[in-house]
Write a protein that binds this ligand. Structure first.
Ligand code: BEZ
Length: 292
């Protein structure tokens, strides 16, 4: 009988000994996942060679991460976000033809029950912030308009907060709306120029970011879920390329294809058409849905 089969543990055979203990009746997917995790984890520990104190520090970090979780705060998701794992899982699960729009992170601020509004509505309910006209088309990969698509949009205000973070300060459903395209696939609505904002950085994940010399902000963006039967659901953002944090998003949500130009417009006549006064911003972006 080999040492591995006897269960004798050495520094060299550590992962093999642990994996050999798994029952052959283990669910095959669980067995595959655990074999890889044990192998890679042991590999990392062998490369790092942590002291006992360092290992305890890691355990205490994971304990505090769990203790920070409640119904409103999921510190483990945040950890996965800042390590790029959420974006990697999303990339693996949303591979699309090259012409289709790319996915990015959903984030914690989406609401299922945002109101459906007539196309062209203003989603800013408190009149604060610099006005912005947001428009474009929903297309298929052949360039044809997609009618009847549902566009669910939400954004932070000009101070970097979502309505759900400022209950009683912002009106409920401020800067959110659901729109449906007509046959021409066009969408258009009024909003405000969003601002960058920090992810929740007052917990262990924030401490880790700080210890690694990383900044906690996400660059200014609009968030979207775009759906239509027969097409892959698109969860995405459009980003302001001029934002100071565009190349250092704390959760790695930025992709080159998701940049949109946030253009200042000085045209009183056009401003009047959209119900704005003075200067406003304009952003045009087409979204391309992939067939299922
Ligand atoms: C966000 O999209 O706002 C977000 C994403 C991941 C973590 C925290 C916030």
């Amino acid at each position: 009988m080999e040492n591995v089969d006897k269960g004798y543990f050495t520094e060299e055979n550590s992962a093999e000994v642990v994996n050999a203990r798994m029952s052959p009746d283990t669910d095959p997917r669980l067995a595959q996942v655990m074999e890889v995790i044990v192998r890679k984890l042991h590999e990392a520990v062998k490369e790092i060679e942590p002291s006992q104190d360092e290992w305890m520090q890691a355990i205490r970090f994971l304990t505090r991460t769990g203790q920070k979780c409640d119904d409103w705060r999921q510190e483990y998701i945040l950890l996965s976000d800042i390590l790029g794992v959420s974006m990697l899982v999303d990339a693996i699960n949303s591979r699309r033809p090259t012409r289709a729009s790319e996915n990015t992170v959903l984030g914690p601020f989406h609401l299922e029950d945002a109101p459906e509004l007539p196309m062209g509505s203003n989603i800013c309910l408190d009149g604060k912030g610099e006005p912005m006209y947001v428009h474009g088309r929903i297309l298929d990969t052949q360039g044809n308009p997609v009618g009847g698509a549902k566009i669910d949009v939400w954004q932070a205000n000009d101070e970097g907060f979502y309505d759900v973070q400022q209950k009683g300060i912002q009106p409920d459903f401020n800067l959110r709306g659901v729109f449906r395209t007509g046959d021409d696939g066009r969408y258009f609505f009024s909003a405000i120029k969003p601002r960058y904002y920090p992810i929740p950085a007052d917990g262990p994940v924030g401490e880790l970011l700080n210890a690694m010399g990383r900044q906690p902000n996400r660059p200014a963006h609009f968030q979207y879920i775009i759906e239509k039967g027969g097409y892959d659901r698109l969860t995405t953002h459009i980003f302001d390329p001029d934002d100071e944090f565009i190349n250092s998003d704390a959760v790695f949500g930025v992709k080159e294809s998701l940049m949109a130009e946030f253009k200042p417009v000085d045209d009183p006549q056009k401003a009047k058409e959209f119900g704005f006064e003075g200067r406003y911003y304009d952003v045009e972006h087409d979204f391309v849905l992939a067939k299922l």
